[in-house]
Design a protein around this ligand. Structure first.
Ligand SMILES: [Zn+2]
Ligand SMILES: [Zn+2]
Length: 269
């Protein structure tokens, strides 16, 4: 398995390190490529995105780094569903949903268990499946909305399930919402990522997405990419073997790697 990661955050958004520090760490660890994916600027009060000015410096800094780095570097962006600026000028786009807008408020599913529970109680009248249906309704449209190459953490709504069981992933309403999102996304040709970011952060012991969704993606002919969603160079490459093992267990024989201008297939065996 080649070591590489195309879902990596820098200090231009909510990551810890500069692009240069991350590239140096990738070289030390024997990576064959690295892709940066800064969070797009957000104008709704959420603070994990790059500033507009920061996004411009991010692109410039990575462009300069590409010229002197011995492995291919790609400059991507993680475009939230609601990001106001089009993701122009990047090598690739990861399209993600981190929360929903409802009644003028943002219902966060990603930030904390407390905010998730608050959204269920105050914005969905205690009906967690209504929140889930809204989440997957946006997730199913994220490829159309962002024109992404990669679909970020499709079942992010399960983030807190290990800390506190909030709903049943076998519930007909959960399954219908999640499966419908996958079916809507397949024709886009965008890659589904196996994302280990929550494992690195210590709030989960398994990657996104859950095996039933991964099996459905495989049955429908979807392709996958392995993502670290790394926010700290000390974690670069961590748990990617677990992501590959999950892909194999769900019947995938290959994953995709991004290369300048396109994609290549990598055998998982
Ligand atoms: Zn994300
Ligand atoms: Zn991310």
């Amino acid at each position: 398995m080649t070591l590489e990661d195309f879902h990596v955050h820098t200090a231009f958004c909510d990551g810890r390190d500069t692009p240069e520090e991350l590239a140096e760490e990738a070289l030390r660890r024997g990576f064959t490529a690295l892709g940066f994916s800064g969070h797009a600027y957000m104008d709704d009060g959420r603070d994990w995105g790059m500033s507009r000015e920061g996004a411009s410096r991010y692109r410039q800094e990575i462009a300069a780094l590409k010229k002197r780095c011995p492995i291919p570097l790609l400059c991507g962006i993680e475009q939230d569903y609601y990001a106001p600026d089009p993701p122009d000028g990047y090598d690739y786009v990861i399209g993600s949903v981190h929360g929903m807008r409802r009644g003028g408020r943002v219902c966060e599913v990603d930030s904390s268990l407390a905010l998730f529970e608050q959204a269920v109680a105050e914005d969905y009248g205690g009906d967690v499946y209504a929140l889930i249906e809204d989440y997957y309704d946006l997730a199913g449209g994220v490829a159309d909305k962002t024109r992404c190459e990669i679909i970020g953490h499709i079942d992010l709504v399960t983030k807190w399930q290990e800390e506190k069981r909030l709903f049943d992933e076998q519930h007909p309403r959960y399954r219908a919402a999640a499966e419908s999102a996958v079916r809507r996304l397949i024709p886009s040709g965008a890659l589904f990522e196996i994302n280990v970011g929550a494992m690195t952060r210590g709030c989960r012991t398994s990657p996104y997405p859950a095996p039933p969704l991964l099996r459905l993606i495989r049955e429908l002919g979807g392709e996958i990419i392995l993502s670290g969603d790394c926010h700290d160079r000390r974690a670069l490459g961590r748990f990617l073997p677990e992501a590959a093992a999950l892909a194999r267990a769900c019947g995938f024989m290959r994953c995709v790697r991004l290369v300048p201008g396109g994609r290549e297939y990598v055998a998982l065996y």
